[in-house]
Design a protein around this ligand. Structure first.
Ligand code: MG
Length: 604
């Protein structure tokens, strides 16, 4: 390139020849702090210096959005700019067209346009325009790349861009903490109000977590504020990475941070558990060592939490509650989380204790199987149901209803369920070695989570093979509620186990949603009438009708029918009269340890 622009423009910076060859369109709307002129550029086609001015007039008339037309020489180097208003005005005058029609545009352009390189920052352009005279605000200015024409921009867009960015930065100053870049108290309260209103509409709980660093003052006093500030910044970034999407973290000032958790469960206890999980993740994250310049530093924090559900509590009160809870956690030894509500705290603690004790129970095998006998109409035992008991070292025997739901929720049901299966198979093996007990069928309860494991069938088969038992003496009890979902998978698992002779009973029958469609499809052997129907079966006409229906339906599907909860001879008689000849209940025996069971069995 040989031509120079010479004196045309003093604002072009030719010092940097290494321009990137990027597509300018891809760089429009770049959201950075200090954008270049590219953001404002319009790629209006330039006209050549010898173009007749009437053609330029046509350009303006065709497109009202063109505010100025750049003029270039034959090397595509910009040499002037034609501003719409002043140019069009010339042609309003009488005979103007006739007078100027054949003249070149060269005579009509502003020969001293503002020309900037495409990498010039917008803030610098503003200074250049002001320095060159405000008329350039009207005409706009030209951007080049390698001195060649690239596009033009107008002063109005420039002004807009600068004001908007000022507004954004003012907003940022007013709503964000400058040290950590987190929202400040003002923005946080705004979000909290919004969250409370959302919670009132949706019914979902939210939580406010108040977080205070432990011994922060000591750090500031010993290592200085600069190091203290570094810690605050690192804490802020850890908090940001450990909250869930949609949650808010803010710095209130000093070493106080606050978290807003939204869209938790509708159930307050569930919500508290969810808040606790987030709180514990944060405690763990803030417990990791910090690198503060040359110092490796350990720090902890104390967290107080308050829950909200709609507008029940004023937001100011929520802050107070979380603050009180935070002081509670400080006085409880720091590095911990406390809830404002003591009752809730107790329930949460109890649940957490139960979970850790349950883990210990699995490790230390604190479980036992009890056996409840099952008999036929002649009173002859044909089997038993194995029922788990937790023999707690301090609390004594704990019934499954108190720990199975938690085990299901935490997944601990898997090792527990496997233990039950192993123990039941070991027992069957023993029974199979004696003539009197050889034919006993043992029923084992299987939970949904356990049964729905991809490899459940294989696990059972391995266990059966390992203990060398006759699989036809093992019966798995499934519950109706597990049949709601993935029915094809369930059938496949059942079929795989059925092949070797393992039996299936549908437990708690009548309480769930079994449809006849399902019952027909499932390879079941037995249905078990839920004990709730037995309670009033002697006097209640509805329960009598239900039990009769279940028996008839079961038999018509070719299934064996057993009733559980048979506590009185009248109940047994009613069942017998209606064709049900298999029973389980206190009338025969409650669930008992193996020794008692065997004694009972040998008597009969
Ligand atoms: Mg059962």
């Amino acid at each position: 390139m040989t031509s120079t622009i010479g004196s045309l423009n003093k604002y072009i910076d030719f010092s940097n020849e290494a321009f990137p060859n990027g597509d300018i369109h891809s760089q429009f709307n770049m959201a950075d702090d200090n954008p270049t002129v590219l953001r404002l550029l319009k790629n209006t086609s330039p006209v050549l210096e010898d173009m007749p001015c009437l053609l330029v007039l046509e350009i303006f008339q065709k497109d009202p959005h063109i505010f100025a037309v750049p003029v270039v020489n034959h090397n595509n180097i910009p040499i002037g700019i034609v501003e719409r208003n002043s140019f069009v005005e010339v042609f309003i005058k009488p005979y103007a067209k006739e007078l100027y029609a054949k003249k070149k545009i060269l005579g009509f352009m502003n020969k001293a346009p503002v020309i900037v390189d495409h990498e010039t920052f917008i803030d610098d352009i503003a200074r250049i325009i002001i320095g060159a005279g405000m008329q350039h605000m009207v005409s706009g200015f030209i951007a080049t790349e390698n001195r060649q024409y690239l596009g033009i921009a107008n002063g109005h867009d420039l002004l807009n861009e600068i004001t908007q960015r000022k507004q954004v930065s003012l907003f940022h100053l007013a709503h964000f903490d400058q040290l950590t870049k987190l929202p400040n108290r003002r923005l946080f309260i705004d979000r909290l109000n919004h969250a409370v209103a959302t919670s009132a509409r949706s019914g979902h709980c939210g939580a406010l977590l108040f977080l205070d660093l432990d011994y922060f003052k000591t750090l500031n006093d010993t290592l200085g504020h600069e190091i203290g500030d570094l810690l605050l910044q690192q804490v802020a970034s850890r908090l940001t990475t450990h909250i869930r999407e949609g949650d808010t973290v803010a710095r209130l000032g000093g070493d106080e941070f606050v978290l807003l958790l939204e869209n938790l469960s509708e159930n307050v206890l569930e919500a508290a558990t969810q808040a606790k999980i987030v709180g514990e993740k944060i405690l763990a994250a803030l417990n990791q060592p910090y690198q503060l310049k040359a110092h490796t530093y350990h720090n902890t924090c104390s967290i107080g939490a308050s829950l909200f559900n709609g507008h029940e509590v004023e937001t100011e009160e929520l802050f107070k509650q979380a603050d009180i809870a935070m002081y509670q956690s400080k006085s409880d030894g720091r590095n911990t989380l406390r809830f404002f509500d003591q009752v809730m705290q107790d329930v949460i603690n109890a649940r957490a204790d139960l979970e850790s004790e349950l883990r210990k129970a699995i490790e230390q095998q604190q479980f036992q199987l009890h056996y409840q006998i099952q008999v036929d109409s002649a009173g002859k035992p044909f089997g038993a149901e194995a029922l788990i008991r937790w023999i707690h070292p301090e609390r004594g025997t704990i019934f499954p209803i108190y720990f199975i739901p938690l085990a299901e929720k935490t997944g601990l049901i898997l090792p527990i369920g496997q233990w039950v299966l192993e123990t039941a198979c070991a027992q069957l093996k023993q029974w199979q070695q004696a003539k009197e007990t050889r034919d006993l069928v043992l029923a084992v309860n299987v939970s949904a989570r356990q049964f729905l494991q991809e490899d459940f069938a294989e696990k059972v088969l391995v266990t059966v093979r390992h203990h060398g038992i006759d699989p036809t003496r093992l019966k798995l009890e499934l519950t109706e509620s597990m049949l709601l979902d993935r029915i094809e998978h369930i059938i496949a698992t059942m079929t795989a186990l059925k092949v070797v002779g393992i039996r299936f009973s549908l437990d708690d029958f009548g309480t769930g949603y079994s449809s006849l469609q399902y019952l027909k499809k499932l390879p079941l052997d037995q249905i078990k009438i839920d004990q709730s129907f037995l309670r009033d079966v002697v006097t209640g006409s509805i329960d009598r009708a239900i039990v009769r229906t279940i028996i008839t339906m079961g038999h018509s599907l070719g299934l064996d029918v057993i009733a559980e909860g048979v506590d009185a001879t009248e109940q047994q008689q009613f069942l017998l009269d209606n064709g049900c000849s298999h029973y389980q209940g206190y009338l025969f025996s409650r669930p008992v340890p193996i020794d008692e069971f065997e004694a009972l069995h040998s008597k009969s």
